[in-house]
Design a protein around this ligand. Sequence first.
Ligand SMILES: Nc1ncnc2c1ncn2[C@@H]1O[C@H](COP(=O)(O)OP(=O)(O)OP(=O)(O)O)[C@@H](O)[C@H]1O
Length: 239
Amino acid sequence: MTSAIALEHVTRTFRNGAGVFDLDLSVHPGEVVALVGLNGAGKSTLMRVMLGMLRPHAGDARLAGSLLNKAPSGEWRRVGHLVDYPLAYPELTAQRNLELSARLRGVVDVDDAIARILSEFALEEYAGRKVRALSLGNRQRVGLAAALQHSPRVIVLDEPTNALDPAGVIRLRESLLRRAAAGTAVLVSSHHLDEVARIAHRIVVMNAGRLIGSLDPSIPDIEHAFFETVRLDDEKGAR
Ligand SMILES: Nc1ncnc2c1ncn2[C@@H]1O[C@H](COP(=O)(O)OP(=O)(O)OP(=O)(O)O)[C@@H](O)[C@H]1O
């Protein structure tokens, strides 16, 4: 099966020597892959390379089998992502922001898509408010709504539960599980190990810019397994 999105031997470093090194990672349609790692491990950098926001120094990034710079625009329209900050114009209302982002993605029935996503993320009462006047969590909900309203076939979310309240976390979990069950490929990073264990088919561990192994989401003490994996890798590096 062609990967929905993939990195092959990707390296991208920064001037200070940090970055990501020789990464291989594929996410297939219908699969939820969680990316976990300590602060600075390289999760956001990996996602930025995967989305074409950073050009790799070595290796290839692919979308639906095509190199990113050759992927048809129709494939890009089927990508939904939230990396870094929610992409919203603060002076416009939540509704207007969703409308603009839906049009950019070629959504046909914009009103219908917005009504659905507002309900999915319980944003109806905030639709008419300017984004700058929303709470952090509600701004995050608007960012997620903008990333998901066009029913993407590939979803990449960097720490999407940041600032969400428990109800928001549950809504997002249900949304991602439903989308994956319908064939969408999902890559999500998080520091909440128990939460990702609930939704991920695979949990991939990053440390110091490398992928160092995977964790079985069904194991009982996922936090212990995570720290043990990182500790063993650090010990190897120190030898
Ligand atoms: N633009 C940049 N210039 C220099 N170094 C950078 C840049 N972006 C990231 N880095 C470095 O690359 C490494 C990986 O950062 P990255 O943000 O990908 O980690 P992360 O796993 O997403 O961390 P966190 O969990 O804190 O969000 C870090 O050491 C970071 O300081």
